[in-house]
Write a protein that binds this ligand. Structure first.
Ligand code: NAD
Ligand code: WQD
Length: 339
């Protein structure tokens, strides 16, 4: 069974390609290398013993996407990761985000609607909930006006998939990821942030590796037990496995609706200080950090209710925060030649 993984050389896409190949799927990766590198292909091949088919292609290019699908008429499903994802950059360059995240999606769906049947998985985000009123967050929680163009592209993306699925042969699953962290336990693939990391865990591992002087903790005056903000950090391998079960559900026609939506998180919230403590424990290093002011646009607390994914997909995150942080640290040490 052939599956197209767009953005398959990126952080989550590469881990998903591994899990798909482990389950015997034939993986075709499309990526424009705007936020990834060809070395990732080697990593996937090393872990699984199989080299996925790869094409370097910019999904914004309608004619190229059309030609790609003509040449790959036997693709049964698409997992669509390709997107630009830096929240801050999206505020500076909104059109880049609207163009990339919306046009690429539209180009793919235009091709899929020509098929007698198609399965589609869309990378959405817990960002669509904004600051939810009730914890843990269920899929029924109201969506709030996005705080950034990036967040808005995820809401628009969900709307596009819903509207298109209604009137075509496309069945879809929207996966709303919470905070993906970690790396493959082999340390052959992991997260590769360009420049200064904006996300907590890569900043922590780079600080521990000596690339950054100290971590800035954005605010300790939140209404949480230790004053720092709370998130649901999920191991990227668990997240990758959620895609495989979601895909299988669509391929087996077990979906109850044309579009189904699932939260993908652990169900547990951890504060920034708890993440630091857990990292210090697994790495055996003291992490230099200082408390600074809140970061604009940050919410106080978000963690998932994962009952729906547990019950319907039979999926549950298996790794602990410590295991996820240990894998992120192993990866950082490997790429910095510290091991
Ligand atoms: P990533 O940047 O590591 O991976 C995205 C990949 O898509 C990159 O390899 C990039 O080169 C490629 N790409 C971007 N634009 C493209 C285009 N026009 N044509 C072809 N390839 C293109 O990001 P990630 O963390 O793996 O995220 C994957 C998806 O999950 C994204 O849609 C992101 O918005 C979503 N998501 C990520 C997070 C997170 O915290 N990482 C959380 C929620 C949702
Ligand atoms: C986590 C916590 C920070 C860095 C972002 C996007 C979201 C989603 C995931 C894609 C927060 C604190 C961070 C640092 C810190 N992406 N922090 N010092 O903000 O929950 O979500 O990535 O869809 O859309 O907004 O993740 O890892 O940036 O931050 O104190 O140097 O760590 O304030 O409380 P966030 P994050």
């Amino acid at each position: 069974m052939k599956v197209l993984v767009t953005g398959g050389l990126g952080f989550i896409g590469s881990h998903t390609a591994v899990e798909l190949q482990n389950k015997g799927f034939e993986v075709v990766i499309v990526d424009d290398l705007s936020n990834s590198s060809l070395n990732v292909l080697e990593g996937i091949t090393k872990i699984t013993g199989v080299a996925p088919v790869f094409e370097q292609l910019d999904l914004r290019e309608k004619a190229l996407v059309e030609d790609f699908f003509k040449r790959h008429a036997d693709i049964a499903a698409v997992i669509h990761f390709a997107a630009s994802k830096a929240v801050g950059e999206s505020v500076e360059k909104p059109l880049l985000y609207y163009e990339n995240n919306v046009t690429s999606l539209v180009n793919i769906l235009k091709e899929l609607q020509k098929r007698p049947r198609a399965s589609f998985i869309f990378s959405s985000s817990c960002t669509v909930y904004g600051q939810a009123e009730k914890m843990p967050i269920t899929e029924a929680a109201p969506l709030q006006k996005a705080l950034s163009p990036y967040g808005n592209t995820k809401q628009i993306g969900e709307d596009i998939v819903n509207d298109v699925a209604k009137v075509t042969n496309i069945s879809a699953i929207l996966l709303r990821y919470f905070n993906p962290i970690g790396a493959h336990p082999s340390a052959e693939i992991g997260e590769l942030p360009i420049g200064v990391p904006q996300n907590l865990v890569p900043f922590i591992t780079q600080t521990a590796a000596g690339l950054r002087e100290s971590l800035s903790v954005y605010g300790n005056d939140y209404p949480t037990p230790d004053g720092t903000a709370i998130r649901d950090y999920i191991h990227v391998v668990d997240l990758a496995k959620a895609h495989v079960v979601a895909l299988q559900r669509l391929l087996d026609h077990k979906n109850q609706e044309k579009v189904e939506t699932f939260n993908v998180g652990t169900g547990t919230g951890s504060s920034v200080l708890e993440v630091i403590t857990a990292f210090e424990k697994v790495s055996g290093r003291k992490l230099p950090y200082k408390i600074v002011g809140r970061r604009e646009g940050d919410i106080t607390i978000a963690y998932a209710n994962t009952d729906k994914a547990n019950a319907v997909l039979g999926w549950k995150a298996a790794s602990t925060l410590e295991e996820a942080l240990a894998s992120a640290w192993k990866w950082e040490q490997k790429i910095r030649n510290l091991q």
